[in-house]
Design a protein around this ligand. Structure first.
Ligand SMILES: Cc1cc2nc3c(=O)[nH]c(=O)nc-3n(C[C@H](O)[C@H](O)[C@H](O)COP(=O)(O)O)c2cc1C
Length: 383
């Protein structure tokens, strides 16, 4: 997560913390967590076709950047995908719905990367069945990769390395046009319904609703703590655990070093860091210029995988068009305190009896660096 620089400077009470110290320039210029970002450079750099496709798939968007994928490569031409039970989000995602969506994003990226290389990836979701209440030890998918001269390349693939979840305030002066929304809708495939809006009255209602849902998540101690426990603060923590919610760059490194920002401080509701953090996330939520959502008639694991595959497509299409997208999932989450927001959003998006699987805000903002990833080898169960 990148906080607004102005606000971060507020946390530290005015600014030039490290500037006073000798060697500060060197310190500040070496804060990039290069090891955690290396998978973005290594993508495509493998000879074996499955590994080459997987080296892109691990760049998929996924909730809280948990990267819950594990693959078994022990059978020729085949990839068996499992969910890593240590990487769930039990408080904000009690039924592992969002985790499954992230695995769908992974599978679509895998399919595209294979096609790019002339391989048809045939994906079978949950081939041994599934439990709708929680993901279990059964495979999430098997993927058969076969060379096929007729396989079609996907144009969206060219945006893979530039794709981001843009967690920044959007420019209130730049509208997202209706023609952009129509183009985004076209990349969504069968079995998933897509909706979009830039109508000001509905955007205002959604801003209010998502703001309220964000407040519920933050004020519910166990759901807020679930996020804070995943904070990776500063270069060293990010390189050691390249997942979760990363606070990188010179400012956060400096704050961490000075003892002014930590997981403990973020949990202290009286601290200025807590208050500035809330302001920063609310500024994001409050500056949505348009929205896109994906819904499914039923809510099976297959629906969730399909929604993930389409979310990845939408995210790549926004990248190609140059518009920012940021998933805003709080109101879609299935725990007691969130029920009123969950019901309101399903009513507002005309999804009574259906499931809104993804909601994203759209707009324009500055570019951000890629988010950390575990290297491919760390996610291979059996080679
Ligand atoms: C199912 C799902 C739900 C998500 N929900 C949120 C969210 O509520 N807020 C948020 O900031 N990001 C959300 N994200 C985005 C992830 O945090 C993001 O994909 C991850 O940190 C990796 O960053 P990247 O997409 O820029 O590579 C979600 C992503 C997925 C797939």
């Amino acid at each position: 997560m990148s906080f607004d620089r102005r606000k971060v400077l507020g946390i530290i009470g005015g600014g030039s913390i490290a500037a006073a110290s000798v060697g500060a320039g060197v310190f500040l210029s070496t804060r990039t967590p290069s090891r955690a970002l290396a998978p973005w450079q290594q993508a495509g750099g493998y000879d074996e076709p499955r590994r080459r496709a997987l080296s892109y798939a691990i760049l998929a968007p996924n909730p809280h950047n948990r990267q819950p994928w594990l693959v078994d490569l022990s059978e020729k031409d085949k990839i068996v995908l499992y969910a890593d039970s240590n990487r769930m989000l039990p408080h904000t995602d009690p039924f592992n719905r969002q985790i499954t969506i992230g695995l769908g994003c992974f599978l679509e990226l895998l399919r595209m990367a294979a096609a790019q290389d002339g391989f048809r990836a045939t994906i079978s979701g949950f081939p041994e069945g599934f439990d709708n209440d929680r993901l279990d030890k059964r495979p999430v998918a098997t993927v058969l990769m076969v060379k096929d001269p007729n396989v079609e390349k996907d144009l969206l693939f060219s945006s893979v390395l530039d794709r981001r979840s843009l967690k920044e305030p959007f420019d209130l002066a730049q509208i997202v046009s209706s023609s952009i929304l129509q183009n985004l809708e076209k990349v969504v495939q069968d079995d998933v319904d897509v909706g979009t809006t830039n109508t000001q009255s509905i955007v205002n209602q959604l801003r209010e609703l998502t703001h309220e849902a964000m407040a519920i998540e933050i004020k519910t101690p166990r759901t807020y703590k679930e996020s804070v426990d995943l904070f990776r603060i500063g270069k060293s923590e990010i390189n050691t655990n390249p997942d979760g919610i990363d606070f990188g760059g010179p400012l956060f490194d400096s704050l961490a070093l000075l003892g002014m920002f930590s997981r403990e401080i973020a949990l202290d509701t009286d601290s200025s860091a807590y208050k500035q953090g809330i302001d920063a996330v609310m500024e994001n939520v409050d500056t949505a210029m348009a929205y896109i959502w994906l819904k499914t008639k039923t809510n099976t694991r297959i629906d969730q995988l399909n929604a993930g595959r389409d979310w990845l497509r939408v995210n790549l299409a926004t990248t190609a068009i140059g518009v920012g997208i940021h998933p805003i999932s709080q109101a879609l989450q299935e725990y007691g305190e969130m029920k009123p927001s969950f019901d309101q959003i399903h009513n507002l998006l005309d999804a009574r009896g259906e499931t809104v699987q993804m909601l994203g805000r759209l707009g324009y903002a500055q570019k951000i660096p890629p988010s950390p990833r575990w290297p491919l080898d760390a996610r291979i169960l059996k080679a």
